[in-house]
Design a protein around this ligand. Structure first.
Ligand code: MG
Length: 392
């Protein structure tokens, strides 16, 4: 008969009970929106995608229930635990609430660290599971020179930094050891308790062996409203399209009809400019190309106005919390002349994309009568989209 090695259980205890006095917004920072979702929700989703985490529990402040319910809507979570007057008391409440069905390990994590990666959770969990170790804490080694000053602001000494770290969370411990350490710390006087600024400090005081694990600078804590703003990254992507001329009297370019001796042939309205722009925007979010979203084989796109293609791509970007910074278009053709229609095309593209006209550029060139555009067989369009999108 096969014997089964029991799996280590690890419950993540997310501490979301803080008031965040330095944040200064209308909401505690864990409920502020980051890319359209509460900071707390980003944190919870990181833990839900970490395979070694077997349970999830959240500690919130009394009175925050409406914010909490809005933040976690649709997630299947146990009822939150009510926190206490201090962070330490909130953690103790959370630990006590797990006592009925104690996990082997508990990972204490600040709700305001939404950028935690499952790989870093796992590294910490492995370190905490090692023999003879009671807990593990991720951190980053100090790179700045550390000074100590006296009361008058003058430097008293320079502290060797080689063994100094900035501690982060998750702080992962053997559950029963941490519970005992927190119970003991709860009996301390105010000044002694205030000095225990993280769970590792509580564990250290109890004589537990806690090791540091190399963490990531990405796992930073949201402290001020500014921290929510610097979490966007810039992306750039390219789009290209060609349509051939057919019989007609106008071409659609950038969402406007430009009189011409021919039209552009294609399944939709053949707006080569909007097609290139659509592919560029889709490229910024790795969402495939226009043919994936609007297959030419689908009769519903026959003769379709191409503004909906670009609008759809922009909406996909916005669903990910992104925004368009700039759209740059180059049309390649001998005719029609683009210059007289440039301003109208800029206004039209800006309107379709929902951005300011000064974020749109339309340029045109010829190929000196060379190639298919030089022979007036069709029009080519190249587009570059620059966007901002939340860092994950
Ligand atoms: Mg096309």
């Amino acid at each position: 008969m096969l014997s089964r090695v029991p799996m280590t259980t690890c419950t993540a205890l997310i501490v979301a009970a803080g008031r965040g006095s330095r944040f200064g917004g209308p909401l505690p920072k864990q409920y502020a929106l980051l890319a359209g979702r509460a900071v707390l929700r980003h944190t919870l989703e990181a833990y839900r995608s970490a395979p070694q985490i077997t349970g999830l529990s959240v500690v919130i402040a009394e009175g925050d229930e409406p914010h909490y319910l809005a933040a976690v809507a649709g997630l299947d979570l146990p009822r939150p635990v009510m926190g206490g007057a201090s962070r330490q008391q909130s953690v103790l409440n959370g630990l006590e609430a797990l006592a009925d069905r104690p996990p082997d390990l508990v990972a204490i994590h600040d709700a305001a660290r939404p950028f935690i990666r499952p790989v870093d959770i796992n590294a910490c969990l492995e370190a905490a599971s090692a023999g003879g170790i009671d807990g593990a804490v991720p951190g980053v080694r100090l790179s700045d020179t550390i000074k100590r000053t006296g009361g008058d602001g003058a430097i008293v000494d320079t502290i060797p930094r080689s063994n100094l770290w900035r501690a982060q969370t998750p702080q992962i411990f053997r559950y029963t050891s941490l519970l005992e350490a927190h119970r003991a710390a709860a009996a301390l006087g105010q000044s002694e308790a205030t000095a225990l600024t993280d769970d590792a400090a509580v564990a250290e005081r109890a004589g537990l062996k806690v090791v540091m694990v190399e963490g990531s600078e990405d796992n930073r804590k949201i402290t001020t409203a500014e921290d929510l703003r610097i979490t966007m990254e810039t992306r750039t992507a390219f789009g290209f399209d060609v349509h051939g001329f057919g019989a007609g009297n106008a071409v659609m370019l950038g969402g406007i009809a430009i009189p011409h001796t021919q039209t552009l042939a294609g399944h939709s309205d053949a707006d080569v400019a909007l097609h290139a722009l659509t592919d560029a925007v889709l490229g910024t979010i790795g969402a495939g190309d226009i043919g994936k979203h609007f297959p030419p084989s689908d009769p519903q796109w026959r003769g379709a106005s191409s503004d909906r293609f670009l609008r759809h791509a922009v909406e996909l970007l916005m669903e990910r919390g992104g925004r368009i910074v700039h759209l740059d278009l180059t049309l390649v053709c001998e005719a029609p002349k683009i210059g007289p229609h440039r301003d109208a095309m800029v206004a039209s593209i800006a309107h379709i994309a929902g951005i300011d006209p000064d974020r749109v550029s339309v340029k045109a060139t010829t190929t000196e009568k060379l190639g298919f555009t030089g022979r007036r067989e069709g029009i080519a369009a190249q587009a570059v989209a620059t966007v901002e999108i939340p860092r994950r």
